[in-house]
Design a protein around this ligand. Structure first.
Ligand SMILES: C[C@H]1O[C@H](OP(=O)(O)OP(=O)(O)OC[C@H]2O[C@@H](n3cnc4c(=O)[nH]c(N)nc43)[C@H](O)[C@@H]2O)[C@@H](O)[C@@H](O)C1=O
Length: 269
């Protein structure tokens, strides 16, 4: 096994051959599908999880048994609000690819917790990008930023395209707007391979129950089982493009396998 000094002195090609991924937000819908995909592709996968008094690893339990039983996956306690731990984890793991999927991702909640949303979603992205620099890995690591169709917010045209101007309409959208531009800024200022994936809504059986698709499907099941009588919803005029999360995580991986970094939109059309 190579020492950390030998690893950071490798050529970018040899460094990437190690196939080590670090995922923030690994316990979420996308993180769990991405971890599965990367393990299948022969990556060693590392995930950052937030400390919680209750178990929050339900979506990745089938992948993570014990570090001794599954050496392909390791979890680290950490948080996007804590730069020290990000530097510590990155310097230990020496990832070849970093996927920043960690976020306060609920649009409605971002109005109730706007400062927290900005701290995690906007400044958290900056902390992660800067941790890569602090570890001296800017020229070696490939970085994926989970951007969002919420950047289009009050849409300037229908349908949206790569050239549609952004107009975020929530603290979530505005925080993600900062993350989008800081990713581009690090790409241009430090020549980092850093991509934004602007993803439209994507769903799966692993989608959290507070998002509208799962709220409705779970309610239908509960009503059928006579455990619930009615369902209360909010704005019914919104329109959404829905893809499947499993397809979209493959898109994330492909964005990091290009010759040069760019920003991409994923939607079903
Ligand atoms: C791309 C984007 O995708 C997601 O954001 P979202 O589209 O807001 O997701 P949602 O499932 O909460 O809402 C869908 C629509 O449905 C409306 N809606 C009506 N009634 C209820 C309702 O009762 N609950 C909820 N949650 N929504 C409702 C709601 O107002 C909205 O117009 C996140 O992953 C986000 O992180 C992201 O980046």
């Amino acid at each position: 096994m190579s020492s950390p000094i030998e690893v950071v002195n490798m050529s970018p090609e040899d460094y990437r051959k190690r196939k080590v991924a670090l995922i923030t937000g690994i316990t979420g819908q996308d993180g769990s599908y991405l971890a599965e995909l990367l393990i299948e592709k022969g990556y060693q996968v590392h995930g950052i999880i937030r400390r919680s008094s209750s178990f929050n690893t339900g979506r990745i339990e089938h992948l993570y048994k014990d570090a001794h039983e599954n050496p392909k996956m390791r979890l680290h306690h950490g948080d996007l609000t804590d730069s020290t731990c990000l530097v510590h984890i990155i310097s230990k793991v020496l990832p070849t690819e970093i996927y920043n999927l960690g976020a306060q991702s609920h649009v409605k909640v971002s109005f109730d917790m706007s400062e927290y949303t900005a701290d995690v979603d906007a400044v958290g992205t900056l902390r992660l990008l800067d941790a890569i620099r602090t570890c001296g890995l800017s020229h070696l690591v490939r970085f994926y930023q989970a951007s969002t169709s919420e950047l289009y917010g009050k849409v300037a045209e229908i349908p949206q395209s790569e050239t549609t101007p952004f107009y975020p309409r929530s603290p979530y959208g505005v925080a993600k707007m900062y993350a989008y531009w800081i990713t581009i800024n690090y790409r241009e200022a430090y020549n980092m391979y850093a991509c934004n994936g602007i993803l439209f809504n994507h769903e799966s059986p692993r989608r959290g129950r507070t998002f509208v698709t799962r709220k409705i499907t779970c309610a239908v099941a509960s009503i059928h089982l006579k455990k619930q009588e009615c369902l209360y919803l909010g704005n019914l005029d919104a329109k959404r493009d829905w893809g499947h999360a499993r397809d979209y995580v493959e898109g994330m991986w492909r964005m990091l396998q290009q010759e040069s970094a760019d920003d991409f939109v994923l939607a079903t059309g």
